[in-house]
Design a binder for this molecule. Structure first.
Ligand code: ATP
Ligand code: MG
Length: 367
């Protein structure tokens, strides 16, 4: 009998054998990084049909830590034993003590060596536990579920299933650069690309010291989801460009263009770094219609200023949906902390900038 964590994954299972092999390997390495960084002792991780199994006695802590590894859909702290029905019954009896009155058995044969089928196991094991512990079977409304999975001659028993975030193993979709501020949206945008398998590095423009300090805490929290990749960041001082541009725009009665020039600057710097370092795309936390400057017209105009793709994963979410994700990453509380308002924002930002006008203002600014 051995303690272990059963790790389930989702979309990896749908891939060709070759892709599956690569993605499983990446997932395994990210899990090793996670267990190491969280100081969890384990003896090995095995890759078996449809599952990864982590051998450890610290099953609960291992499950909680591994929850943040993308590609995993759910985890169960489990006990592995020989697939002998008498032994299974005995162990299930022990595991079902003090877990509540109503229960169900959920058996699953991932490989089919065991002679009884899942329904028979559910029935016989269910009846046994019911009688021995004076329990009530309830398929829908239960206090606990006695899980049994059969795999390659062994049975894995568990009473807990921890839902994880799914997605793809971080690293299988290439490298991107996230423009991350101290606000709520851009950390979520970066997180969503990590969730889909990208290694995300960050770029931050320092406009206030308070904003920068918040950004540093945000980066630390994003790192807790970036197993397998140490997040690098690129920090720039945003103040010199913004002060001189604001002054020139004001002198020419074009102050309302400042937000567009500011975001254009961010994108152009990000594009330069992407080309130099090999990132495939830029990510921003822009959201359609959230503020005056984030109209579809403005976003299209901004896209025309760079050649590299700009990904906006939170474009279509409502604020409360973004907040919900920010709470998961633990960046919501950080982003909510007070900081001075951007000192450069004009009273009436441009909502429908045209390319023609942008070009003529660029000439005024000598850009
Ligand atoms: P967020 O959009 O992250 O909530 P915000 O609302 O302060 O922050 P916006 O004015 O909406 O930022 O800017 C649009 C996008 O530009 C941000 O989502 C982010 O991707 C990027 N951005 C804004 N400020 C910065 C900054 N100081 N450094 C890096 N990127 C930034
Ligand atoms: Mg925003």
């Amino acid at each position: 009998m051995e303690g272990c964590v059963l790790v389930r994954y989702g979309e990896i299972a749908l891939k060709s054998d070759q892709t599956k092999k690569w993605w499983n390997k990446t997932l395994l390495e990210n899990m090793e990084d996670c267990l190491g960084k969280n100081n969890i002792d384990y003896s090995s991780i095995s890759v078996v049909l449809g599952r990864l199994i982590v051998y450890t006695e610290d099953t609960r802590n291992a499950s909680i830590a591994l929850k943040n590894v993308f590609g995993i859909t759910s985890l169960s702290p489990a006990i592995k034993l020989e697939a002998d029905f008498e032994k299974i019954k005995e162990k299930c009896l022990e595991l079902s003590q003090d877990k509540g009155k109503k229960f169900r058995v959920s058996a699953r044969r991932i490989t089919k060596e065991f002679s009884m089928n899942s329904n028979e196991i559910n029935e016989v094991l269910g009846a046994y536990l019911k009688e021995k512990l004076n329990l009530e079977v309830s398929l829908l409304n239960y206090d606990f579920e006695m899980g049994v999975e059969f795999l390659e001659g062994y049975a894995y028993l568990f009473t807990e299933r921890i839902e994880a975030y799914g997605g793809l193993p971080l690293g299988v979709q290439g490298d991107v650069l996230g423009l991350v501020s101290s606000g709520i949206d851009s950390p979520v945008a970066a997180w969503l690309l990590m969730k889909r398998g990208c290694r995300v590095d960050l770029m931050h423009f320092k406009i206030t010291e308070e904003g920068y300090q918040k950004y540093l805490k945000i980066k630390e929290n994003l790192q807790k989801f970036s197993y397998g990749h140490e997040i690098k960041d690129y920090i720039f001082d945003g103040v010199p460009y913004l002060s001189s541009t604001k002054q020139k725009l004001c002198e020419n009665g074009k102050e309302k263009w400042l937000c567009i020039f500011c975001k254009r600057r961010f994108l152009k710097e990000a594009e330069r770094v992407c080309n130099e370092k090999g990132y495939l795309a830029i990510i921003t936390g822009e959201n359609l219609g959230q503020v005056a400057s984030q109209t579809l017209k403005n976003l299209t105009l901004l896209d025309s200023t760079v050649k590299i793709p700009v990904l906006r994963p939170v474009l279509t979410y409502d604020k409360n949906e973004i907040v919900e994700m920010a709470r998961i990453i633990n960046t919501y509380q950080i982003s909510k902390e007070k900081e001075p308002k951007c000192p450069f924002t004009p009273n009436y930002p441009m909502t429908a900038g045209s390319i023609g006008e942008l070009e003529s203002i660029k000439r005024i600014l000598w850009e």
